[in-house]
Design a protein around this ligand. Sequence first.
Ligand code: SAM
Length: 218
Amino acid sequence: MSPNHVMEEPALLDAMGTVTGLRVLDLGCGDAAIGRTLLNAGCSSYLGLDGSAAMVEAAGETLQGTSGRAEQVDMEDFAAPPSSFDLIVSRLALHYVEDFAAVLMACHACLSPGGRIVFSVVHPVLSSYDAGTREPRTNWIVDDYFLKGPRQRSWLGGSVTWFHRTVEDYVDALVNAGFALSALRECAPREERFDGDLAELARRRRVPLFLLLSGTRI
Ligand SMILES: C[S@@+](CC[C@H](N)C(=O)[O-])C[C@H]1O[C@@H](n2cnc3c(N)ncnc32)[C@H](O)[C@@H]1O
């Protein structure tokens, strides 16, 4: 049972609220599954950006037959004219970015007045330290929490770099970029999504996996 499905996605959908008529930008869109969902929910446009050519291709397939688009862009180089978007979403991608403050500034610059950003990242208690345990995990270690910066992680047979930041760092960066904090969620598991698997629900209640923040452009 994917933790994204039982923990992150419901918190994200709640935080986004009604999307009817909104122009949506998705940073680190992956296969753009959320793009299809948002277009079905009535957003007026969807643009997904991802640094990986393979992901942009997958996103193109997901968005086939819709008005949604995906482009290969490194989000650290991203910029768009003022008032280009009403909602910026980013799922589990911003912990790959070193200069998070600069990305938030670029987001602020291209949102309409009152526009919103909603993003999820790997929870800082997880990005702090990699115990290297195999799934399913039965214990978790938090260490070097206040030591910000890169962390190497094994991922799908390769190695990726996450940039660890504390919860406080995420909130400060959002506020310093000119957003009012509208929600901070730790994505507690939703019992209704577990199909009665109470053992898995109990396991997912042990440790936060995701941090979600939402900000409104001031
Ligand atoms: C864990 S995946 C999440 C994908 C998608 N948002 C989802 O929830 O299914 C992280 C995505 O961020 C993309 N990514 C990482 N760093 C990036 C960067 N600097 N610019 C653009 N995309 C990036 C990766 O290629 C990957 O598709």
